[in-house]
Ligand binder design. Sequence first.
Ligand code: APR
Ligand code: ZN
Length: 366
Amino acid sequence: MRAVVLDRPGTVSRIEELVLDDPGPGEIRVRMAASGVCHSDLHVRDGEWQRPGPIVLGHEGAGIVEAVGAGVEHLREGQLVALSWYAPCHACSACRNGREWLCSGSPSLRHGLTDGTSRVHRSNGQALYSYLSIGTLAEASVVPGAAAVPMPDGTPPEVAALIGCCVATGVGAVTKTAEVAAGSTVAVIGLGGVGLSVVMGAVLAGAGRIIAVDQVQAKTERAIELGATETIVADGHPTAIADALRERTGDGPEFVFEAIGLPVTVGQAIAALPPGGTAVLVGMTAYGQRASFEVYPFVDGGRRILGSNYGSAVAAVDFPRYAELHLAGRLPIDRLVDRRIRLDQLEDAFDRMRAGEFVRQVVLPG
Ligand code: APR
Ligand code: ZN
């Protein structure tokens, strides 16, 4: 089968013909139907995040179950599954407390299967890692059974794929991590797949005002289509976003979501808050980056900063809910997809993402 392989972070990714073994106990093989290109793949591609190599890239995917290993009770052949990039171990204290997004025993931490090995290798026998244990930028992948969540009948594969990363991350940041109350004023900085999912989550939560911010005007227009009530096109000045948000709202938005992962916009999100306001940090920076804020007014005004990882997702519960909301017309996930490409176009997709073009490019491997 063909897959997108990165020999090590910071190098050019390439398509390779690889050998995929049958699933072992607790594992399944999935024929990939769709895989979104997420900025987290780009972080790895560009060497901002260190990961072992060689590795099959991709972590936002959905496909059809092709083979089920021994002991996997919740899946059967032919089902459409969305893949979680953080397979829970179901044994650590976080999992036992229902906080799977904080699992300390996930095989995804090692980019392999639960037993620490891999089912994907080169014809010379060399084993490859699989990004976050699911390596979705491939024609097929063997994944931990715990990573796969069956989708309701009628869910489009592209929608299922996006539920696996940007939708769970963005919608969950609003509804689960921050628990935004109806009527709240919300701002979202950064309108890629993640930030626009924050916008959709804010609509779902009944936010009163939703102010969408990006440096690319086309992204702000897309946010309006998805339910944002107003927009700001950022001009790159280091304090412009916070100034504009405070000017628009008097005091600042009660919730500011940062969905880029840049120290400067993290600082802006915090600086824009009114007393009692909450900054929700969703974007992931390169390793080692720091942000800063003025402490006295932050503490004096009882402000809060929340880190939101994977939208506090419990995949087996949340993924089908997001799919049902989509099917009911309340979560227009399909409108995030604005380019469909083949596996061999991934480097071009990364170039476009660096340039701020497109919301979600989706690879259709077939
Ligand atoms: N000011 C305003 N907008 C910016 C700026 C900036 N300085 N820099 C980038 N942006 C906008 C881009 O124009 C783009 O619309 O931020 C958006 C980022 O979107 P994507 O690159 O598509 O990223 P996405 O996949 O949505 O992920 C966002 O979340 O999970 C993390 O690792 C992921 O850190 C990444 C973040
Ligand atoms: Zn992602």
